[in-house]
Ligand binder design. Structure first.
Ligand code: KIV
Length: 276
């Protein structure tokens, strides 16, 4: 069943939780989509987990389009959301609309995600006027890492908490179809979730959000440079891959691989071509 932004809104109304994961390439996207997931985000986290940058700031529109288009080819059922990278929507509403449009036309996005509240509201409104669905993102917005002075839990004081609640309501009023809440205290995430009619998707925001998202490379144990508290490894593909590499290299060096089963003989090659 194809998931759409309408499915997200209906899920909140019905009290059904939404599950999302990130993906950055065709193979992983296809695997995730076939396993059953509501939404796939081509996050700008691709900068850290795929491209090896220290943070998401160097990620370009070209990077996002390249990876989004690959993911698009692997996704059938999940809602495909693509991140607006740093400086693709900060300068002007006009640029924001053009870049969001590129993510849809060239990357195959069905919705875009924009980090921030009040400060990007004109851009969010303009993208929505172009009929491109927007997912908001509040709390620890990684593109603001230099303003925050590191990756820290947000909304801790009462003033900061109030600001996040107000931002969530502003985004809802503007027309976003959901809001990611990243690294905020669980009590605050619950308050925000109860204050808005659109689903909240938590990452490090406790169990009371309407849904959850994880970076797939984190939850598959593939990216281990940092391990935030909210990451749970559901399947340690990283350990399996290391084991696989050791086994392969060992067999190559010992001469055990390739064996007859994994080799062509002239007779077998002729047979496979249908020559007799
Ligand atoms: O870039 C990303 O992967 C994200 C998620 C962590 C929500 O924004």
């Amino acid at each position: 069943m194809k998931t759409t932004v309408a499915t997200f809104l209906k899920a909140k109304a019905a009290g059904e939780k939404l599950a999302m994961l990130t993906a950055y390439d065709y193979t992983t996207a296809r695997l995730i989509d076939e396993s059953g997931i509501d939404g796939i985000l081509v996050g700008d986290s691709l900068g850290t987990v795929c491209l090896g940058y220290r943070d998401t700031l160097p990620v370009t529109m070209e990077d996002m389009i390249h990876h989004a288009a690959a993911v698009r080819r692997g996704v059938k059922d999940a809602l495909l959301v693509v991140d607006m990278p740093f400086m693709s929507c900060q300068a002007t509403a006009c640029e924001a609309v053009k870049n969001a449009g590129r993510l849809v036309k060239e990357g195959g996005a069905e919705a875009v995600k924009v980090e921030g509240g009040l400060r990007v509201l004109p851009q969010v409104r303009a993208i929505l006027r172009a009929h491109i669905p927007v997912m908001g993102h509040l709390g620890l917005t990684p593109q603001s890492v230099n303003v925050f002075g590191g990756y820290r839990v947000q909304g801790k004081g009462s003033g900061a908490a109030r600001e996040l609640i107000d931002d969530a309501k502003r985004l809802e009023d503007a027309g976003v179809f959901s809001i990611v809440l990243e690294c905020v205290p669980a009590e605050l995430a619950k308050e925000i979730t109860e204050a808005v009619a659109v689903p909240t998707i938590g990452i490090g925001a406790g169990a009371m959000c309407d849904g959850q998202i994880l970076v797939s490379n984190d939850m598959f144990g593939l990216f281990t440079d940092i391990r935030p508290r909210f990451v749970k490894v559901f399947a340690d593909a990283g350990a399996l891959m290391r084991e696989g590499v050791k086994g392969y290299a060992g067999e190559v060096k010992s001469g055990a691989f390739p064996d007859a089963k994994h080799s062509y003989t002239k007779k077998r090659a002729d047979k496979e071509r249908g020559d007799g």
